[in-house]
Design a protein around this ligand. Structure first.
Ligand SMILES: NC(=O)c1ccc[n+]([C@@H]2O[C@H](COP(=O)([O-])OP(=O)(O)OC[C@H]3O[C@@H](n4cnc5c(N)ncnc54)[C@H](O)[C@@H]3O)[C@@H](O)[C@H]2O)c1
Length: 269
């Protein structure tokens, strides 16, 4: 899919990867963007920047939307369809990290499940019937390399991102022959508020992310997204080395686990 001329919805668009995708889609010549987030002033700022930078060819909607509330997600999709004339691409991107292990209480597990997994389900429930009715569409779900591998230092994140990849695979299998394309965006470290403010440089998870490979700028992830959408690849890997890590994990799980234990131990975490 070429982004030029399309209408895209992006959740978690108030900052980080979501805002970078919005800016990049505008630069690619998107016709309409519907931006959603709970971070209200940040979301309005991103939308205002885009409206002033882009020409009259781009229509920008922004809606405070809690992606864990299905009624709000449905209302946001309905409004985007009504005001932007249909949705070609839905980027279900909002996500949270916890930096917790066995100490994570049930409410942290439940919230992480709601944002990192159920929100993808709500988005698909709202938009897939619309896309099927108009003959096709594209779902881009932001998962993580943690969804293909794991995330030392953050048990709820590791588990929910694995589930997010599983749901994206299920969508691709179920709707791929009906004109719905699906991609799972699976970066390693990206320099965003999630990594920098949420975890902090000294946290075990942040140190492991940095040790595992290059920490990318969100704009580099947006570049990989545009290329991945054009290639219509299921897995979009802004860090290409993740493909090799996945091969090693599949080839010998015990060896891969031992290697990861060695990496964690070497960091003294
Ligand atoms: N930063 C990384 O290293 C990294 C690596 C791999 C995957 N990811 C994933 O990329 C996605 C974007 O994360 P980011 O790094 O840009 O982090 P970020 O914290 O900058 O952005 C996440 C956005 O999601 C929004 N959000 C959180 N809960 C929400 C809710 N209930 N409803 C609506 N919006 C909500 C936040 O307000 C924020 O603007 C996430 O799914 C994250 O898990 C990030």
């Amino acid at each position: 899919m070429r982004v030029s001329g399309t209408v895209a919805v992006i959740t978690g668009a108030g900052g980080g990867i979501g805002a970078a995708m919005a800016r990049r889609f505008a630069a690619e010549g998107a016709a309409g963007l519907c931006l959603a987030d709970i971070a209200e002033p940040a979301l309005a700022d991103v939308a205002a920047d885009l409206r002033s930078a882009a020409g009259p060819g781009l229509r920008v909607l922004s809606m405070r939307t809690d992606v864990t509330d299905e009624t709000q997600v449905q209302a946001m999709i309905d409004r985007a369809v009504r005001e932007l004339g249909g949705i070609d691409l839905l980027c279900s991107n909002a996500g949270v990290a916890t930096a917790r292990g066995l100490d994570a209480p049930d409410d942290v597990w439940a919230h992480t499940w709601s944002v990192n997994v159920l929100a993808h389900v709500y988005a698909a429930r709202a938009v897939v019937p619309h896309m099927l009715a108009r003959g096709g569409g594209y779902l881009l779900n932001t998962c993580s390399a943690a969804g293909l591998l794991t995330q030392p230092g953050d048990a709820p994140y590791a588990v929910t991102k694995n589930a997010a990849v599983a749901f994206a695979e299920w969508l691709a299998v179920t709707y791929g022959d009906q004109g719905i394309k699906v991609s799972a965006l699976c970066p390693q470290g990206v320099r965003t508020p999630m990594l920098e403010d949420g975890l902090g440089d000294s946290h075990e998870a942040a140190r492991l992310v940095a040790a595992a490979g290059k920490v990318l700028a969100p704009e580099e992830v947006a570049d990989a997204v545009v290329a991945g959408l054009a290639a219509e690849r299921f897995l979009i890997l802004p860090h290409p080395e993740v493909a090799e890590f996945v091969r090693r994990k599949a080839a010998d799980r015990d060896r891969w686990l031992a290697g990861l234990r060695r990496l964690v131990a070497s960091l003294g975490t």
